[in-house]
Design a protein. Structure first.
Length: 79
């Protein structure tokens, strides 16, 4: 699901300058391709992507902890 949201956000981010350029040049665009709906969909997809990534359940795999290989005494500037 995240990859679909990322692809949607990427496509809308790429389409927004094109829509702005087309409207600046005076081209007649359908109502669903106007700047407002494209920008609104971009913001909505970014908000949903943020919620999905920030509030996703924790991974089933535990984080691998690696012990430190040096101590304070091993530091060359340690007193």
């Amino acid at each position: 699901m995240k990859s679909l949201l990322k692809a949607t956000a990427l496509a809308l981010a790429a389409a927004l300058p094109g829509v702005l350029a087309a409207e600046t040049l005076g081209l007649a665009l359908p109502a669903f391709l106007a700047t407002g709906p494209v920008f609104g969909l971009l913001v909505a997809s970014l908000v949903v992507l943020t919620f999905v990534s920030d509030y996703a359940p924790a991974s089933a795999l535990p984080a691998r902890r690696v012990p430190a290989t040096h101590g304070k005494a091993d530091h060359p500037l340690a007193a």
